[in-house]
Structure formats: structure tokens, C-alpha cells
Design a protein around this ligand. Sequence first.
Ligand code: HEC
Length: 200
Amino acid sequence: MKSVMSRRMSSVLALIVMGFALSACGEAKPLQPPPPAPPEYADMHMPDGYWGNEEIIAQGKAIFIGAENIDVNCASCHGKDGKPVKAGARDFRQGDHMAKFSDAQWFWRVSEGVKGTKMKAWKSKLSEEDRWKVIAFESTFGLKGKEYSVAEKKWVPHGTAKTAEEVAAEESAAKGSEPAGGEEAEEAPTEEAHTEHAPH
Ligand code: HEC
């Protein structure tokens, strides 16, 4: 009797231990910002007029859910609403995680996939335009109403992204208002000294 009980106990214990081990495996890895996009992708950005464009987003959705091409079904892993249905896929509804990616990083991931995971390279199946469309749709899960501002290097409300010129103007205005005798004032003479010495 006693041995039956303890055997039962130990199998219950084994189940509990297995349960813990499984849930630990299934747990999402801590959310890390992705590595920078390689040089060939670093300067790729969402085409003008795509962010927040209902038509583009609808076309992106058709691709994402496999309605456009049965071989391309992002939703089979990422879920129709961005809630993952396959282990390992991250939750696209988590805006704070998705915002760690620039548009170039998303484009790179979709184009080349993620080695060692279920995420394939899609560049042979999707044109550049289609990849951007799918990204425009995908961003609506966690970053609805936002767009990536290349100049500011962050996600901002749609239509408020600043141009590189605006950011540069703001930066120089901020520098101008700094107390006098900043780095600039000290650096300038050194540079002049250099040019004077140069032609020997
Ligand atoms: C067979 C399952 C599967 C399919 C189909 C799939 N993905 Fe993924 N995808 C994954 C997994 C798993 C990851 C996480 C890789 C990692 O660990 O970084 C991922 C990562 C991503 C990422 C990077 C963000 C992140 O959370 O790491 C993007 C963007 C993405 N997928 C978009 C797409 C798009 C767009 C499609 C359709 C063209 C697609 N995926 C199809 C499984 C899939």
C-alpha cells in the first residue's frame, strides 16, 4: 500500500517537474532589440505614401493571411490578429517590442528571415513592394496610427515624422542656445591651425 502511494506520489511529482520544464521552454525569450540591419538593408525605408494608407494596408493584409498567395501565409504562425499561433513567433500586438525595430529592420527580417528559427526568407516569394505592404499591415497590430521616422529614429504618430532637415535645424538651434564657450568654440581654432600647417 505504502509503496503504491509513494509511486503514485512520485509520478505526480514527475508530472509537476515536467510541467515546469515545458512551461520554461515555451516561455518567450526576454525581448531584446534586434541587431542592426546589414548595410544592404540599412537604407531601405517604407515607400512614400504607404504608412497609414488604407488601400496599401488592405493589400498587405491579403498577403499576410495567405489570400493573395497560398504559399505566403504569415498568419499561419503570426496569427491573423498578430497574436502568435506557433511557438517562437513574437506577439506583434506588443507595441513596445515592435517599436524596437526600425522599418529597415523589419524589412530585413521579412526579406532574409531569421536563421535558426521558423522564420523563412520571403524575398523570393514577395516583391519589395509586397514586403513593404505586409509590413504596413503588420505595424497596425501594435503600432496602429504610427510610422517610423527615419530622421528621428523612432516611431511617431502618423503624419508627424520630421525630415532630416528639420531634425538638423532643431539640433543646431539647440546647440546655439547652449551657454557660450561650448565645444564648438574650442574646436574651431584647432582646425584652422591644422590647415595652416598643412602646406609644408
Ligand atoms: C512558419 C512560421 C512563420 C511564418 C509562416 C512566418 N513567420 Fe515571421 N517569424 C516566425 C518566427 C518563429 C519568428 C521569430 C524569430 C526570432 O526568434 O527572432 C518570426 C519573426 C518575424 C519578424 C521579426 C520580428 C520578431 O518578432 O522577431 C517579422 C517582422 C516577421 N516574422 C514577419 C513575417 C511575415 C511578414 C511573414 C509572411 C510573409 C512571416 N513572418 C511568416 C515564424 C514565421
